[in-house]
Design a protein around this ligand. Structure first.
Ligand code: SF4
Length: 403
């Protein structure tokens, strides 16, 4: 609805139900507020004035909250929302997150164990053509030892991430998975890129629980321009294989890639839904000097938060992290992510001498601290937001429901 609409209500405004709280009342006002939020004094009894697309967005959000799957144009409409409409979407996403996932935030530990990469992703500082970067590999036993330190500090999920580095053969990765699984009840997530089906199969048999493989963009032309070494078809094939093998599968995409449109982002969100992902990382593009996109502008944090919120409305039980990229561009937006649908955060575990070199995009690392200190600091931060730190492994609800 593009015109100002005036709706006369035969009942008193207080008789209307809030679409978010259900059991509370909805105060109809110029600023349309739920009474669990701050009630404004400027509400009009009997009249509602909805401006712009609010009525359409209001109805759409209500329908999605109740299970309706929007089409591309409807997702685009939500992504274009601003002001009051946007605040409404953010509030709805927060409520859906609490309703389906509780008030908890899961802390994952990530070991970035190698910055060697055979791939040539146009946006990534680790790309094979960046000759300026000093490269490192952690030895398998060093990786297992780092995981042990993290488990002792309270971590229940260890994410093993690297560039596409074939030095780590199927057997080496198997050794690492088994070594970590022997340390206790801990989930192992792999994030090592495109590999053969047989590698994926073996690692699942060895005990790996989850696999992260972002699709980055579902726009085929854009994908293949940014990934000259690969095809979108192969990426999707890998994702389907991982799901078929029984991994809790994560994907995700970037916001603000040069040439990307709002429609592309809407399609990215709907692709995550079609794939029924257990986890989804959505972060802004950040240019790196060692890449072809060094002069391109960074992606928008606001659009990242919108995409996160709209994803939460649709993907109710999927784990959604407040990505490091979002936190890198602006720490406050990283915090805001937890109030628009995010329920996961990842902290680096590898020694600082390696962290400095794992530079997909430039970022500050801060003062060096131990794994235990960093975890304790994050727990305090989560609690300061009024959230709880999740105690378990944090398997995806979607995955548990499939068992
Ligand atoms: S995004 Fe991943 S696969 Fe692509 S260059 Fe970077 S590390 Fe390699």
């Amino acid at each position: 609805m593009s015109l100002v609409a005036r709706i006369f209500l035969s009942k008193r405004a207080e008789d209307q139900r809030c679409i978010l709280c259900e059991d509370k009342y909805f105060i109809l006002s110029h600023n349309v507020k739920c009474i669990t939020s701050t009630v404004t004094s400027a509400f009009c009894r009997g009249f509602v004035v909805f401006k712009g697309d609010f009525m359409e967005i209001y109805q759409l959000v209500r329908n999605i909250s109740q299970g309706y799957l929007p089409n591309v144009e409807e997702v685009e409409l939500l992504l274009r929302a601003e002001g009051q409409e946007l605040s409404y979407i953010f509030e709805a996403a927060d409520k859906i997150n609490t309703q389906y996932n509780g008030n908890q935030v899961h802390i994952r530990g990530i070991i970035e164990f190698s910055n060697y990469c055979r791939a040539r992703c146009a946006y990534c500082g680790l790309n094979a053509e960046n000759k300026e970067l000093a490269r490192y590999r952690m030895e398998p036993d060093e990786i297992i030892q780092t995981a042990k330190e993290a488990i002792d500090a309270g971590y229940k999920t260890i994410v093993l991430q690297s560039g596409e580095d074939l030095w780590y053969t199927k057997e080496k990765i198997s050794y690492i998975i088994k070594g970590i699984k022997a340390l206790g009840d801990v989930a192992v997530t792999l994030s090592v890129g495109e590999r053969d089906y047989e590698d994926y199969r073996q690692w699942k048999e060895d005990g790996a629980d989850r696999f992260l493989l972002k699709h980055e963009t579902i726009n085929r032309k854009l994908y293949e321009k940014l990934h000259p070494h690969s095809t979108l078809r192969n990426r999707i094939l890998c994702l389907k294989q991982l799901k078929q093998l029984g991994y809790q599968t994560g994907s995700g995409f970037m916001i603000g890639l040069p040439g990307q449109t709002t429609k592309d982002i809407a399609k990215d969100i709907l692709f995550l839904n079609r794939l029924k992902v257990d986890m989804a990382g959505i972060g802004p593009f950040i240019p790196h000097k060692g890449t072809a996109l060094r002069d391109a502008p960074a992606g928008s944090n606001e659009m990242t938060l919108k995409a996160l919120a709209v994803s939460r409305l649709i993907l109710k039980t999927t784990h959604l992290p407040a990505t490091t990229a979002l936190r890198t561009l602006n720490g406050k937006d990283g915090q805001k992510a937890f109030h628009v649908g995010a329920n996961v955060i990842m902290l680096k575990l590898e020694p600082y001498k390696y962290r400095r070199l794992y530079e997909i995009y430039p970022k500050a690392l801060g003062v060096e601290k131990s794994i235990r200190e960093e975890r304790a600091e994050m727990e305090r931060f989560i609690e300061s937001m009024g959230k709880e730190v999740a105690k378990g492994r944090g398997d995806s609800i979607r995955f548990i429901e499939r068992l």
